[in-house]
Design a protein around this ligand. Structure first.
Ligand SMILES: [Zn+2]
Length: 253
């Protein structure tokens, strides 16, 4: 069973890759078959098997041998692992809830990777995320467990994300944060509620700072060069969602 959950995730990762490529260019998703960016050759089904094709071709186009980005492989594997984590941790959920969670994982991965590559946050994807959360919370309120408690809690979380990240955005006049980060933090706060959103933002800052340091040490970035914050917010959100209660205990919030 688990292998098929991974395969489903990897296939969704493959679709996410197409969207990450096409959204910033304003191309329609699903318009036309997949083709190589360099030589334009239409790709056959056996060139498009998630994870397997990339590895079999050693990351190069079958026809013109130009490199296929590592990101394609990373997103496919990440999505497979994410789907597995969701499936294992929340197997007490109904199947529909689990699917909504997987949808949220899909959308947030697209937001994070696109922000990482282009420094643009897709507002369309943030809206889809918000809609999925509405569905998820509605179902969840029936079960009422884990971190997500009630409506007030969601509003409190939203306001926390909005004022913390929005405050930084306003004070720095958009230099420390982009407005897309404010949107992500608000939606994440709405989803996680208080205090989990505090954990998420804290993890985002720590992991973002760590990544910045690594980049500087490797000589790939100067002190002032920008690193998008969105991917770290998304990472913090999922870390808080999966392990929030344990983290809260460790840090005595
Ligand atoms: Zn090619």
């Amino acid at each position: 069973m688990t292998i098929w959950i991974f395969v489903l995730g990897a296939m969704m990762g493959s679709a996410a890759n197409a969207l990450i490529d096409r959204l910033p260019r304003g191309e329609k998703w699903g318009a036309g078959r997949s083709h190589c960016d360099k030589c334009g050759r239409k790709l056959e089904w056996y060139d498009l098997i998630p994870v397997v094709s990339w590895l079999a071709l050693r990351g190069r186009c079958r026809y013109c041998h130009s490199p296929i980005p590592y990101r394609n492989l990373v997103v496919e594997v990440l999505m497979g692992v994410g789907f597995l984590l969701i499936f294992n941790q929340f197997s007490n959920f109904q199947i529909f809830q689990t699917l909504v969670l997987m949808g949220i994982f899909w959308v947030t991965t697209i937001i994070a990777v696109m922000d990482w590559e282009t420094k643009l946050v897709s507002e369309a994807m943030v809206v889809v995320w918000g809609l999925l959360i509405l569905i998820f919370n509605f179902q969840f309120s029936i079960f009422n467990q884990l971190l997500i408690n009630n409506f007030q809690n969601n509003v409190l979380g939203l306001l926390t994300g909005l004022f913390l990240i929005g405050g930084l955005w306003a004070v720095s006049r958009g230099k420390a944060m982009g407005f897309g980060d404010v949107e992500i933090a608000a939606v994440a706060g709405w989803w996680l509620g208080w205090p989990a959103i505090g954990v998420a933002i804290w993890i985002a800052f720590v992991s973002g700072a760590a990544a910045g340091l690594v980049k500087i040490v490797l000589g790939k970035a100067k002190m002032k060069s920008e690193i998008p914050f969105g991917p770290f917010l998304v990472f913090g959100t999922w870390a808080a969602f999966f392990w929030g209660e344990r983290l809260l205990k460790i840090f005595n919030f």
